[in-house]
Design a protein. Structure first.
Length: 284
């Protein structure tokens, strides 16, 4: 499974543009267009188009009947019952196609989020580092590890606070600041424990030149594998379950609105899908 995710990341890296605002916007448009075509194809392939069209026509017919015979109570009640019935039949016909579509939708949404969802940290910008210990890891004594944990930073990153330990959350926090952007835009932090040689590394992105990054790096699990896979995964024997840093969500202009990247992706996908459904002869 991890190999599959690595292949997917590498595949989307090939079609990714650079990371300026305009290029990110173009990437969202491109993936939205691709998604709409893919979803239309899957919907048509997995649905009974004739039954969907039949139920939609009957719903429309009963709505028209209500307008024509609005003075006849019996026909009004009959039309309302029929509209409700055929709506249920329509939903029944679309459940399986939408479930099928959800699988690629999740994959594509995560890939879009990895590349356009966050903004790199700017110079003099502060951020929070959070490291959560893994209580299930072998030979882990939480109290000893919490007391002995420390954080190292690369050039360009300065720790502003000592570690804040919260035993109830099995977590340690630091506040750090970007003092200068490094040449390739990729600084890093390392978290370790005194008396243990293992060090956990997490990238810190400080300019727009890096295509794919995520606030969280964690051990492999089904959830983290699907959602937090931009930077790979921590070793299974690591004393840390996850390490995260705080990025701001990216915003994109869409007419008079400023939208989150995922909202923009979903909106554009819907717009493209409804615009192209006639071309691909798909009844939705």
């Amino acid at each position: 499974m991890q190999e599959t995710i690595t292949i997917l990341n590498n595949l989307f890296d090939i079609i990714s543009l650079d990371s300026s605002y305009t290029e990110r916007y173009i990437y969202i448009i491109f993936i939205s267009l691709f998604s709409s075509i893919l979803f239309l194809f899957l919907f048509k392939l997995t649905s009974n188009q004739l039954k969907i069209k039949h139920n939609k026509d009957l719903i429309l017919g009963n709505i028209l009947q209500m307008r024509i015979y609005k003075d006849k109570l019996f026909l009004l009640i009959l039309s309302i019952i029929n509209i409700f019935k055929h709506n249920l039949l329509y939903i029944k016909q679309t459940i399986i196609p939408f479930i099928v579509i959800c699988i690629p939708l999740i994959i594509l949404t995560v890939q879009v989020n990895n590349r356009t969802g966050y903004t790199p940290l700017g110079r003099e910008e502060s951020f929070i580092i959070r490291a959560e210990l893994d209580a299930n890891a072998a030979n882990i004594h939480l109290s000893d590890y919490l007391d002995g944990i420390y954080c190292q930073t690369s050039l360009g990153i300065h720790l502003e606070t000592p570690p804040l330990r919260i035993p109830s959350e099995r977590a340690v926090f630091w506040r750090a600041r970007v003092v200068e952007a490094v040449e390739d835009g990729v600084a890093y932090i390392r978290v370790g424990v005194h008396g243990n040689d293992q060090m956990i590394k997490k990238e810190v992105i400080t300019n727009a030149g890096h295509k794919r990054f995520s606030p969280v790096k964690s051990k492999w699990s089904l959830w983290s594998g699907v959602v937090n896979n931009a930077e790979g995964f921590l070793p299974n024997d690591a004393f840390i379950k996850s390490i995260s840093i705080q990025y701001k969500r990216a915003r994109y202009n869409f007419f008079i609105w400023s939208l989150d990247s995922l909202v923009l992706y979903l909106v554009l996908t819907l717009v493209f899908a409804f615009s192209l459904k006639s071309l691909f002869k798909v009844v939705i």
